[in-house]
Design a protein around this ligand. Structure first.
Ligand code: ADP
Length: 402
């Protein structure tokens, strides 16, 4: 009894069959071609031209009709060779990503053998090598039939792939819309939260100034906590607004001088840097990249600020900034001698409000790296991190060279 097959295993079976057909057809056709080329005796027999008359005789040696046929056949032949070479190159370059790549190769062989039949047409105008022309056609026939059957078997899979692509594109658009709405919502909320917060801060300040001396020490302590918490909330809202601005504003990408950006970023962290006696070294000269100067400065300020901040107590922060050539891109790294980040947290720290330490140990809002990630994405760059606890961290960004 035949085993029952569900639709999934049925289509997998079809796919395997189509792949096999394409593969075996390809092998058989290639084998025949190799046999023809490698066996001189066989080839000599095939290129015997004394049994028949060449096509030029049928064309009555009319130069115009000969030119018409020869030119067309040559053009078709070369175009076929070019098409199949391109397919072969495509499969070679992206064989991991291209689905059904055997099908592409089978197509390539089918097209190239079709090309050869046209070259044979040119040859047989002057020499009647019809046996060879016939065998080239046999190879072409095998490749064509194998490709045709394999393609037919693949049709359901290709259709399924197309509908999967359509669905994922629809999902992407929906997600993008929801994301945009969320960002707009976050912006409005944080913007509107600022006004009442300012009122709380103002009132707490007024209370301290006007009645502070008359309050009991316990009440003064509560008031100090209100002031401190509202100040922290203000910083968080400001950072959240900054994150929204990076997400929503239009930014022009242009050639940016990294030396200028680094000088500006260093100047912006100067106060923190002095306070912790940090040694920040930029190994220049750095070249130009395609980026947005404002976003890039913001990225570097955040990365440098973190590199200085997250060091064990009593350790002098040592930060190195250097560039590496990565072909079309430039990798800019910020390496520190800080506390490092455990591998299990390295993905999470780029989320908004994600922090690994208490405020008292290392103050912050947990938005800096989210801004870095968003800004790098908006500049069409890449972002990465190499770090281990106790061994420092190296954050890098990659941007296209200008
Ligand atoms: P914040 O600096 O305000 O805490 P970030 O978003 O910049 O927020 O960073 C998120 C978390 O990632 C930090 O709280 C810290 O735990 C970790 N982190 C970031 N940079 C470094 C670094 N250079 N070394 C060690 N930990 C880091």
């Amino acid at each position: 009894m035949l085993p029952m097959m569900d639709s999934h295993s049925n289509s997998s079976f079809r796919l395997i069959l189509a792949n096999r057909l394409a593969r075996y057809g390809l092998l058989l056709a290639a084998l025949l071609l190799a046999l023809l080329l490698a066996s001189p005796g066989l080839l000599r027999g095939l290129v015997r031209a004394d049994q028949f008359m060449p096509h030029a005789t049928c064309y009555l040696r009319n130069p115009r009709i000969i030119a018409l046929h020869v030119t067309s056949d040559l053009l078709i032949g070369f175009a076929y060779v070019a098409i199949s070479s391109t397919l072969g190159w495509l499969v070679y370059r992206s064989r991991r990503e291209i689905p059904f790549h055997w099908m592409f190769l089978a197509f390539g062989l089918f097209i190239i053998t079709c090309g050869f039949t046209h070259f044979m047409e040119v040859w047989t105008v002057w020499q009647a090598v019809y046996w060879l022309a016939g065998w080239v056609k046999v190879v072409c026939a095998i490749a064509s039939v194998a490709t045709a059957i394999a393609l037919y078997r693949l049709v359901p899979r290709i259709l399924a792939l197309i509908s999967a692509i359509k669905i994922s594109e629809e999902r992407r658009v929906k997600l993008q819309t929801v994301n945009n709405e969320l960002e707009a919502f976050a912006y409005t909320v944080s913007h509107d939260l600022r006004a009442p917060l300012r009122a709380v801060q103002g009132m707490a300040c007024a209370l301290t100034e006007d009645f502070g001396s008359r309050l009991e020490p316990g009440a003064r302590e509560y008031l100090a906590q209100i002031t401190d918490a509202s100040r922290r909330m203000d910083v968080m809202i400001r950072d959240l607004l900054e994150y929204s601005r990076v997400s929503r504003s239009e930014f022009e990408l242009k050639s940016v001088d990294l030396d200028v950006v680094m000088a500006e970023a260093k100047a912006m962290i100067e106060a923190d840097s002095k306070q912790s006696s940090a040694d920040v070294r930029v190994e220049g000269p750095l070249s130009n990249v395609v980026a947005n100067p404002t976003l890039l400065t913001q990225v570097m300020v955040n990365l440098l600020g973190n590199a200085i901040k997250f060091v064990p107590p009593g350790v002098r922060p040592m930060v190195r900034v250097f560039a590496q050539d990565k072909g079309n891109h430039l990798r800019l790294s910020v390496k520190d001698n800080g506390i490092g980040i455990p591998p299990e947290y390295q993905g999470r720290i780029f989320h908004v409000f994600e922090r690994l330490h208490s405020q008292s140990k290392y103050p912050g809002t947990g938005i800096g790296l989210a801004i870095v990630q968003k800004a790098v994405a908006r500049m069409k760059g890449e972002l990465g991190l190499e770090s281990a606890p106790g061994q420092g961290s190296c954050f890098w960004i990659e941007l296209p060279k200008a």
